[in-house]
Every structure is written in C-alpha cells, then in structure tokens.
Write a protein that binds this ligand. Structure first.
Ligand code: N2P
Length: 379
C-alpha cells in the first residue's frame, strides 16, 4: 500500500492527465515501458485518514494482486471540489451520503455495475432504503461506515479543570462560561461546516437544515462566542491530539474516540479518551463508497468495493475503527465488546435523538460556508 498525504501529488498512475513534472512525451514513454500494465493493477482511493485499516488493504492486495494507493482528504469540501472539477485520478472515493447526493446530481459519479458486486446482497436493506433518499435505487454508491458526531474528551484533564463538567451535553463546548475552562488543555473541532452548523442549530432548538439567514446568524453567534477557546480545526490531527494528551475536548466523530483511546493504550501513556453522544441530540452520518465518473480504473474500484462488502473484511474495519457498517451479514463478525459499546451502536433511546443529514439549497449552502469561514478565522 502507498499512502499519500493531502496536498501531495499522486504518481505515474495519473500520467494520462499530465501530472506535475511529466511532459507528454515522458508520459508516452512511461506507458510504453509498462505504465499501462501497472495502471491496470492499481486502485487509487481517496478517504479520510484512519478510515481503511492497513490490514484490510493488504488482504485485498493479496487476494486480487491489485495495489492500493491511499490518498487522504481533510475535508469533504476539498473532496467535493476535486470531483466536481474532474480529473482527480481517483478510482474510488468515500464521500458522505450528503456530498454523494450532490455529486450524483452533478454527474460526477458513475453508475455501479451490480454484476461486479456479488457481495451486494450482504448489505443491510434498512440502511439501503434510507440511503436511497440520497441515491435513488442505490445505483451510485454502497454504504461503508456510519456514526455520530459528538463529544470526545479526556476525562482526567477535563475534571481537573471543572468538577462534574457536563460532558454529556454540548454545553461543555457551546457555553462560553464552561468552554473557557478547557481552553488551556486544548479544544478542537472537525472542519466540517455542514455538520457542525446543523448541530449548533439543533442545540439552539432550531431546524438543523433551516434555510433562514436569521437562524444561520444565530448559529454563527453561538459558535463565535466560544471561538476564543478553540485551538484548531485540523480534522486529521484530532485522533493523535487526543491520544497524546494535547487535546482534551473535541467536537468530532464517534469512532475516532475509540481509536484515540486504543492508540493511547498502545503507547502506554496512561491517557484515556471517552465519547458521549450529546443529550441535546446530534447528527448521524453515513459514508459511501463511490466511483468517480472519470475513474481511470473502474474495474479495480468495483473489485475493491466488492471486497469491502465481504462480511469478515468490513467487520474488521468496524472492530478496528469503532464505526458500525452497513453490512448485515458482517454483524456476527463484529467483536462482542464493539457490538455492546453504546458509543458505537447507539441504544434505541439515543437513536431517537439523532438526525440524518439533509440537502440544503445553493443559497443556504453559500451562506453557511461564508459564516463558517468567518467563524474559523475569527473575523
Ligand atoms: C476518520 C473518520 C471519518 C468519519 N477517522 C467521517 N464521516
């Protein structure tokens, strides 16, 4: 497996679109000496960091002889822009269902070939029915993992600063008088405007998907009131930040708490990382596996997708990363302690408080994005 970090350019697999430093003749030359053959054995994936375990990737490589190039993105907006622009060189991408919905409408994803997806029958029909709201007929994506957005925290650092801190409530992050206590031990947030603004609106008792400019302003005022206490919005740095004790409070994704905790255990540094689903309710997200319309190797992308629908493979992802998957047949392979962890599989009463993401119109999206930029930059 090859890992590429955001911003870095991908190698000769992208020769076809004249990647940096390669002239047209160099490209033709590379293809002539076997570039074409090596392209056939590659699948280039764009995913979040820590979202497909190396062991699962090696399992796929060993089974199929296809090499995986794993490129990461740091925000859904970056992925969306790349896919809308075209020529990303990606064969397989992992957008949220919400972003996939927009990409489908824009014609940026390709219709899947079910003939190549023999494992599709393993998927959970309820999840497929839900996702059909974003992808009619489930034609452009298959479900990967899902989870909640909530409060990741270091219990020791937090209680040192405030006894009985309300870690089960978004007050801990959104009430400036409370959040101020934790500024020195490190508060951070996912750089995910659509998700965070929905959660802030819901916290205020407003419709998370409102198109009212006045409501969006209220959410911005709330977020701005705690801005001085937030250290950063580096989504890719949250897991290690918590595992190293550099952060004590994060608005982020459920599974990342489990992973940060596991990393700290591995490092033997005595740090604990806990998670809570906010009592005020929060979003539940679903992520897709999809193939860009101009993917260089769609065959290999289908092969990877099909592998990720093998019950043992996808259960391994859930066991390592603490996110439930959309594969019904995989449930029996999920470890007992993961199955019984309410932070991974929320209990019924909490499920009722979760809201799935809904699409917004262009005007609202523009307002929301501008508002987020003002908030982030503190202007
Ligand atoms: C990455 C988790 C990403 C989940 N560690 C985003 N929906």
């Amino acid at each position: 497996m090859n890992i590429h970090t955001p911003g870095r350019f991908r190698p000769a697999t992208l020769c076809a679109r004249l990647a940096h430093g390669l002239t047209a003749s160099a490209c033709i030359f590379l293809s002539a000496i076997g570039g074409a053959a090596s392209q056939d054995r590659t699948v280039t994936i764009a995913a979040w960091a820590d979202y497909i375990p190396p062991e699962v990737i090696s399992g796929f490589e060993a089974k199929t002889g296809i090499d995986v190039v794993y490129d990461t993105f740091d925000s859904l907006e970056i992925l969306e822009t790349k896919l809308l622009t075209g020529g990303s060189g990606y064969d397989l991408v992992l957008p949220s269902a919400l972003v996939a919905n927009r990409l489908i409408q824009a014609g940026a994803l390709q219709k899947l070939d079910r003939e190549k997806l023999g494992n599709h029958a393993n998927l959970d029909p309820d999840i497929l029915a839900f996702l059909a709201k974003h992808d009619e007929g489930n034609r452009y994506g298959v479900p990967y993992l899902w989870g909640t957005t909530g409060i990741l925290y270091n219990p020791a650092l937090v209680s040192d600063r405030l006894e009985n801190a309300p870690v089960g409530s978004l007050d801990v992050l959104f009430d400036p008088a409370i959040a101020a206590h934790f500024a020195d031990c490190g508060i951070a947030m996912i750089d995910s405007p659509e998700e965070v603004v929905a959660i802030a609106l819901n916290y205020l008792g407003l419709d998370p998907f409102t198109d009212s400019a006045a409501d969006l302003e209220k959410a911005e005022a709330l977020l701005t009131s705690v801005r001085p206490y937030i250290r950063h919005f580096r989504t890719g740095a949250l897991i290690n930040g918590l595992a190293d004790g550099d952060l004590c409070l994060v608005l982020g994704w459920s599974g990342d708490a489990g992973l940060a905790h596991a990393r700290a255990l591995e490092a033997g540094n005595g740090i604990e990382v806990a998670y809570s689903i906010p009592q005020e309710g929060t979003e539940v997200f679903f992520d897709f596996l999809s193939i860009p319309v101009d993917a260089p190797n769609p065959e290999n992308a289908h092969a990877f997708m099909n592998y990720m629908m093998e019950p043992a493979a996808i259960a391994e992802v859930t066991n390592q990363y603490f996110y439930p998957n959309g594969n019904k047949a995989a449930f029996e392979y999920v470890a007992e302690e993961v199955k019984n962890d309410p932070n991974v599989y929320p209990p019924e009463d909490l499920m009722d408080k979760l809201f799935p993401n809904l699409p917004r119109d262009h005007r609202t999206l523009r307002l929301l994005t501008r508002s987020w930029t003002r908030f982030k930059t503190g202007s």
